[in-house]
Design a protein around this ligand. Sequence first.
Ligand code: C2E
Ligand code: MG
Ligand code: MG
Length: 703
Amino acid sequence: MIHRIRSSSRKARVAVVTAIFTCVIGLIASIIFTAVVRMKDDANNIDDARAGRAVTSAIRSFQARLGSTVRDNAVWDDAYTKIGSPDGAAWAYENWGKTTEDYPLYDVAIVLTPTRNVLNAYNKGAAFDPARFFGNSLFELAKRASLSGQRGVTAFVPTADGIYLVAAGAIQPYITSPSMQNFSTLFFAKLLTPEVVEQLDETFDIGGLKLVASPDREGLSIPLLGDSGRSVAYLQWPSRMPGNLTFNAVYKSLLVAGVLFVSFLMAIVATAIAVVRGLHRDALSARFKATHDSLTGLMNRAGLLDGIKASRSMQGDGFALALVDLDGFKEVNDAWGHAIGDQLIKLVAGRMKETLPQTQIICRLGGDEFAFLGATKAIEESSGALIRALHEPFRIGGRTIEVGASIGISPYSSDVSDGYELLRRADMALYEAKESGRGRVVSYLASLDVQRLHRAEMEDKLRRAIENGEVRPAFQPLVDAKTGSLRGVEALARWVPETGPISPEVFIAVAERAGLIDELGRQILEISVETASSWDDVGLSVNLSPVQLRNPDFAALVQSVLEMRGFDPYRLTLEVTEGVLMSNPEQAKRTIARLKSIGVKFALDDFGCGYASIGALREFGFDRMKIDRSLVTALQDSKGAGILNATLSLAKALEIPVTAEGVETQEQADSLAESGCDQLQGYLVGRPMSAQEIEEIFLRVAA
Ligand code: C2E
Ligand code: MG
Ligand code: MG
């Protein structure tokens, strides 16, 4: 849940960053694009303005040229004199009218008398009626010319043939006097033919200049003004739009650069997103690995501690932790190997998932230890169901494997400081469940802590007792079943603290648990060997804990003890229980083989009370079998006698001699001797006793 929230907020952050990034890219792109468009428009406008100025100059120079031509001809002493004379019309024809025929500067020449009558009018060499042709404009211009002194005036005039530039000047001498008024007027007019317009176009480098009545919207234009100051036509030309040309030329490069730029940035964004995602995935997988067990995929100890923390904040004190330990898993591992052990662990995990409600968190803490966490009541109910479920056989590769489970429950309460304390309590309850007979569910109680304290005290006491040599052997006689003569003695550890004797059944287990068994075993062996070394021909049996046999240095230790005391190895028998067949049998086998090679014998102790197999008996090469007291006691009923006889025939078949333990009555002794036991041990013959008692009771008799 927390992960999902974190990952969605991370996604939102990535989305916001990407959006900002995209906006910034968009903004940069639009600024660049706007600047380019602006440059394009500016270039167009600058060129349009230039063209406008050029066309204006063209018109002005056209007007100026015709204006100065008319002035040069009008302000002329001869002209003034001749026009006023009777053959003025002929003179005007000779000088101007005739010229119109093929003169490039003007097409029309007109002379109006001071009274505005037509003296003379020629268009392209032919006489014509100017008043009809040019209309009122002619007289308006004449009026303006008369008012403008020696300067010519011009105006564009529309006619049936087209637009004319008409220039007018008052015909006068160079030097005029105020008395001179009412001059005749000279007009020159030039028709704006397409050729004329084209020439203007070329001269001023405009391109596409045209004369039009009214300009269309797309082109650029300048009005041609008539005598009244109103436009009579327009010169129009298309905008060259150099900006567009440049823009079009660089547009593709810009586009490619833009696409490259955007792709590059997008690639950076995509890479960044991929890197962030990768890191996120790595973090998730590292977190998963840190909190999960690789074999089963269940949560591990770290995951469980997280789960406890979360449960504390969410459920308050209504939850509990249950620890599960498989009974007999070690044996499975030792017997079938780790691959089968791993498969079993997976199957157990699967069965736990099937059995426990989905609301409970299931974990594997390591080895064969599991845990589950949930509401207290549900945990208690589930525990029983889980014990039953795990008791059902598992099938692995054609094998049927049976294990069981013990469960310790620790309900959370306000005095639990943290997850470690909850685990410790559950562990204590689990220990108790295993101690009190497997396949049980035990809930934590404060009294368990007291017991644990006692155990710790006991361990402490035992440690000190071993250090002070207070644990010593007693010796129990082993006699010939037929003759009753002493064959050997079994050394049995004795510890009698001030509070009274403690059974080896109890303190041997404590020593094993507390790691004191090697030292204890060494002391018992040394004292026994030393004591028995003076008893010629008497065998010595010493008990071994499976833990000792697992120690690779054990064989060397036994050998050095025997050598130091000069004790014949053939006189020593080491008794081991079937527990040794279960844990690390390979190491035990090596130790047994090494000691057997120097003559030490091995006896399988307490046979018949467990489930040691006949195969194992042969495999380990035991030299003797000691049948358990429970089999001897059971002799009194027929069923028990049957079992005992079957066991003895088996030993006979394997050619292994048998010692009967716990023989308390003569009947038992007789029947055992009859059935084939060659050695007897029990209170009937003698209780475990001191070395001195052995010497007094048995050795003197023997002697
Ligand atoms: P064990 O090796 O089977 O020893 C025989 C046990 O049966 C002894 O108990 C002995 O006192 C008892 N016993 C013998 N005859 C009779 C009888 O006729 N009736 C009854 N009721 N009991 C009889 P103990 O001495 O209490 O030892 C118990 C177990 O502790 C031993 O069983 C052995 O497994 C273990 N043990 C004793 N000493 C040592 C030791 O030095 N090292 C190790 N590793 N284990 C030891
Ligand atoms: Mg024994
Ligand atoms: Mg025994």
